[in-house]
Design a protein around this ligand. Structure first.
Ligand SMILES: C[S@@+](CC[C@H](N)C(=O)[O-])C[C@H]1O[C@@H](n2cnc3c(N)ncnc32)[C@H](O)[C@@H]1O
Length: 248
């Protein structure tokens, strides 16, 4: 698809996502700081479940010598990422729940694995598989940064309630400022004929993917340790939204 349409849809996507994720840009800023301070200013990043390319776009804009490998399974979002990102990015159509996806990336270097607002789509078992695949792609010292809502459970009813109320307020403010709702953003994307042609395939691919039980922060940290990461922790938090860090 043409770059202008793709960049417009990526901008609308960013506005839409910011209505669901408070301080989304601050979260990305923390990820990019850790990336630069630990890996340097010429990283190759693997952007897992990239959507239309939000992380890759920011990495490529911040670091002229960076390259990105962006992976997703939604054909509509993949088409937008291909149109929106420049030629320092390669975009791969891969299902993260399919065993062996990491072998289909080619043999290039990966310094950091980054993801945002996505891995909650995976079951806890698949999440452990993805973390295990990720560490195999990284050199010693390589890092993983995963930004996501990690919901409070029954042990933290007050924090859960406050977080839910804050989410509702963030959504209200974002929509009032003109952000599209998630479904309305897809409606907008489908006005582009070549994206509309991909809708049945998208429907088919995600027909049987029910929401997964929420995996709390402790699960992510334990799964990363079990996958073999030597150092795990968090580098950013706002209520129930975190950036989880792991170093091989
Ligand atoms: C809310 S979007 C986040 C996109 C982007 N990372 C961002 O922060 O804007 C969640 C993404 O996860 C992708 N996704 C969900 N399940 C997936 C899977 N099994 N394999 C690859 N991508 C998947 C979706 O297609 C979607 O692009």
């Amino acid at each position: 698809m043409n770059a202008d349409d793709a960049r417009r849809l990526l901008r609308l996507w960013d506005q839409q996502q910011s209505a669901y994720v408070a301080h989304r840009d601050s979260r990305f800023e923390a990820m990019l700081s850790v990336l630069e301070l630990h890996v340097g200013d010429a990283p190759t990043v693997l952007d897992l479940a990239c959507g239309p390319g939000a992380i890759s776009d920011r990495v490529l804009a911040a670091f002229p010598k960076a390259t990105a490998i962006a992976v997703d399974y939604d054909p509509i979002l993949l088409a937008i990422a291909r149109g929106a990102l420049d030629d320092r990015a390669e975009v791969h159509d891969l299902d993260l729940v399919a065993a062996g996806w990491e072998h289909r990336l080619g043999t290039g270097r990966v310094d950091a694995v980054l993801s945002s607002t996505a891995l909650h789509w995976l079951s806890p078992a698949h999440l452990l598989d993805v973390y295990t695949a990720a560490i195999r792609l990284l050199p010693p010292g390589g890092i993983l940064l995963n930004a996501d809502h990690l919901r409070f459970d029954d042990r933290s009813p007050t924090l859960r309630e406050v977080s839910e109320r804050h989410d509702a307020r963030t959504q209200q403010a974002g929509l009032a400022a003109g952000a599209l709702r998630y479904d309305a953003w897809y409606d907008e994307a489908l006005l582009v004929p070549e994206l509309a042609a991909l809708a049945p395939e998208r429907e088919r691919r995600f027909a049987d993917r029910p929401p997964q039980p929420p995996a709390p922060l402790e699960f992510h940290l334990a799964a990363l340790r079990a996958a073999g990461f030597a150092e795990v922790g968090t580098v950013w938090q706002y209520l129930d939204d975190y950036v989880v860090f792991a170093r091989r």
